[in-house]
Design a protein. Sequence first.
Length: 166
Amino acid sequence: MGASQTFRLPAAREGANLEFSGCLMSNKQDQPRFSLPIRVYYDDTDFSGATYYANYLKFMEHSRTEWMRSLGIELDVLRRQEGLLFVVRRAEIDYLRPTLYDDRLTVTAELRAAGGASLDFLQEIHREAEAACCCRGRIKIACVDARTMRPRRLPARLLAEVAHVR
């Protein structure tokens, strides 16, 4: 297991518990994997009470963002100071089991590769009550210039920050 950190999130819902722990863990291949707990809210579900399929992508985005934050990389600072953005270039999602209203989930983000202008992630969503994976995604994010939206190389400093988690 790895080091656990406590983060404070901006208020999203009145009365919500805004502290959570994100944890950098090791998986079976000894690759570090970030883990973020999330709860399924009513507005995350469709009429059947199951999590709406697009919200799995949102949960994965939250996990990648908090993974970067845990490394000291703030996305708004990158945009403001370096003119960089990260955008999803490719998403391949396997929906394996439904999750339901009020389920407690664990969303992981594992960096699999870092290229000149991209980062490749393997992400999984597990229901805390089960060991089985509910959703798995392979996500490629691209680094782009904030003004032109054209691909831009990842800065060496940023590559160095993520190198220790690969």
